[in-house]
Design a protein around this ligand. Sequence first.
Ligand code: OAD
Length: 234
Amino acid sequence: MKLAPGSSIVILTGAGISAESGLRTFRAADGLWEDHRVEDVATPEAFVRDPQLVQRFYNERRQQLKNVQPNAAHHALARLEREWPGDVLVVTQNVDDLHDRAGSRNLIHMHGELLKARCLVCGHVCSWSDDILAESACPSCARIGRLRPHIVWFGEMPLELDRIGDALERCHLFAAIGTSGNVYPAAGFVSMVAPGTHTLELNLDASMVSSVFTKCRQGRATELVPAWVEELLK
Ligand code: OAD
């Protein structure tokens, strides 16, 4: 497939792109995410029921970021954004900061970010790199103990959907990398592009929505993504 210079590219990424950096994906065979059921830690109801458990879980995930690095797939997407003669937008479902650290700048974290906290009182969103504790104060309104992780939990609205929808309608190539196609609206993005748009899935195995893509390649992200970027930039 040859794309004209100036064509715009939208790339959706999921947990599979960070797997080879050492971060577990969500839908491992045991149905648990880092030893927790998703509904025990990633829902607003869980936060009401047991805020300490939820905060501890995300504090651990935030700490874990200090021990992982972006991999060749993250770096390849940052290179594509730098060198492609057109728009490249990365929309990630991942709450880690590995795309940011690799150098992606036109980046949307549609499911939020581990390195941000949100105040339940005033709604202020701020950078947060340490644990969120019962005594943590909001830097804006100073209320104590009312910060939550800036993460989109199940049942909550993903972020920046208007901007994502506009980019999908205008793009010439849509690629999905390392995502199982289980969670909407992200799993439906491939169906939101204009008729005739190239669509490509790069994943370890077939996803729930593979049949909707015009092309699928199976393998590890650290191999598939750099090779694909190389082809595009040739
Ligand atoms: P999943 O865990 O559902 O899927 C990860 C996908 O990556 C699977 O299809 C794997 O086969 C694939 N994979 C694993 N290792 C890979 C590798 N080295 N190279 C390429 N692919 C690999 O994760 P997501 O699809 O990202 O939402 O999950 C979507 C959302 O569900 C998450 O953002 C999260 C979760 O619940 C929220 O927290 C709101």
